[in-house]
Each structure stands twice: as C-alpha cells, then as structure tokens.
Design a protein around this ligand. Structure first.
Ligand SMILES: [Zn+2]
Length: 255
C-alpha cells in the first residue's frame, strides 16, 4: 500500500465534492432563473405587451419560448435564436457520420468554432442558415430579477424584429446592428437611472445613446461574420434604428 493511492483517493474525494457543489449551484441558479421568468411572464407589463404584440403580428410564441440554460463561462445574460442549418446537401458530421437532420442546439452551447464552420458552409452554398426564435437566459449570469426581465425584453425585441421583417441578422451585419440597437435601447439596459446609479449623470440623453452604441457593438462583434467592422455597422444603422421604437408608440420609460 503506497501513499500514492491514498493521495489518489483523496484527490477523487475532492473532485467528487467539487462536482457535487457545482451541481447544487447549477440547480439553485436554474430555480432562481425559472422564478424570474415566471414572474416576468405573470407581472412584467412590458414583457406581457411584447408577447401580445408577437401574437398580433402573427408570430405566436411557442410554449417554452423562454428557457433558462447553463451558459458556462460565456459572459452573457441571454441570447436569441438557435442557428439552424437547412441543408441543401448532406454534409459529413465532425464525428464522421452522415446526417440529414438539422442540428439544433442552444446558442450558448454553439461554440464560436461551430458557428464559424456553419457560416463558412453557408458562404460556400453547402447549407442555408436560419435563426429559430428561441430565447434563453443564462441562469448563472443574472444579477437580479430586474436584470432578468431586461434580458427578456431585450430578446423579445429581437423576436419582434424577426417577425415583422425578413431579417437575416446572422449574415446581414446591418440587420444585426439594427436589432441590437433597438434591443439595447428599448430594454432599459441603458436607462438613465441605471447610469445615474453608476454616478455618470452628465447629459443623460447623449449618454444613453453612447451606452446603446457601445453595447450594441459588443453584440455585433460576437457574430464572426460582422466582428471586424462592428462599430461601423452600428454607426451606419444607428440614427434610423435608435429612433425606431416599434412596437411601442414611444420609448417605454420603464422605471
Ligand atoms: Zn441582442
């Protein structure tokens, strides 16, 4: 009996304990996130208004439209859409098998590499891409209920945009910049009260615009198709899309 095997079993125990801790934390995060979503659907008038508008626009949200998922280290509060390939020719999967069924996976789990490869297949005409309307919240990155509801409103604005126009945000960077500008602007994520809390009150109207620009550019950068000139796309779309408050009559002052 050597001390090595004793060390190994101690290491195993520590690993098992770590794993258990992680699983417990995940369950807690999920439970909290599910509660935020339920409350958002039941009580948040902006969320309810946007869901009603989706129905009126002819895009009734499927049950379970908004889901909580584990996003790992990806520093996002949520996401919209699952990039799905509509195949025009059978392609060989990375595991070597042939597949004709479209892949469907939460964006949180779609790695940059996977999206890159889908996009390059798209450019070569091997596959067509479409964005499925699904909303997910990254359960471990939600600061509080307000944050969760802002994320829901943000993603619902994307859903409205996808419904009302033939948008192709994955491949058209101006479309993507536009919907990100609207989502940042209308969700209250750049609200002046929030900025005030950060102690940056000077001329809040202009400040809100800067905040929207900065945050929209970050989102556009996440799309490998658009990352290089993200700021330019945001600049090009800004004036028109910042002014566009649809489906609200005017900018919803959320607080
Ligand atoms: Zn967005």
């Amino acid at each position: 009996m050597s001390s090595t095997s004793a060390q190994e079993s101690t290491a195993e125990k520590i690993a098992a304990r770590e794993l258990q801790k992680k699983t417990e934390q995940e369950a807690k995060d999920r439970e909290k996130c599910d509660k935020y979503v339920r409350n958002g659907l039941n009580r948040n008038v902006t969320v309810q208004f946007l869901l009603e508008r989706l129905i009126q626009l002819g895009c009734p949200p499927p049950p379970g439209l908004i889901r909580c998922v584990d996003c790992g280290d990806k520093p996002a509060a949520g996401g919209f859409g699952v990039v799905e390939e509509v195949q025009t020719a059978p392609i060989v999967q990375r595991d070597g098998s042939d597949s004709t069924t479209p892949q469907k996976k939460g964006n949180c789990f779609q790695t940059q590499k996977e999206i890159d490869s889908l996009l390059s297949d798209h450019r070569e005409g091997k596959v067509k891409l479409k964005l499925l309307p699904e909303i997910f919240l990254c359960q471990q990155h939600l600061r509080d209920e307000t944050h969760a509801h802002e994320a829901m409103v943000h993603e619902l604005i994307h859903a409205v945009d996808m419904c009302r126009t033939k948008m192709e945000p994955m491949t058209n960077c101006i479309h993507m910049a536009c919907t990100e500008i609207r989502a940042e602007n209308l969700s209250g994520e750049c609200s002046w009260i929030r900025e005030l809390g950060g102690g940056r009150m000077s001329s809040f109207a202009g400040h809100g615009a800067q905040c929207v620009k900065r945050r929209a550019a970050l989102s556009v950068k996440a799309n490998p198709n658009c990352s290089e000139k993200a700021e330019e796309y945001v600049e090009a779309a800004f004036e028109r899309c910042y002014r566009d408050t649809f489906p609200f009559d005017r900018h919803p002052n959320l607080r």
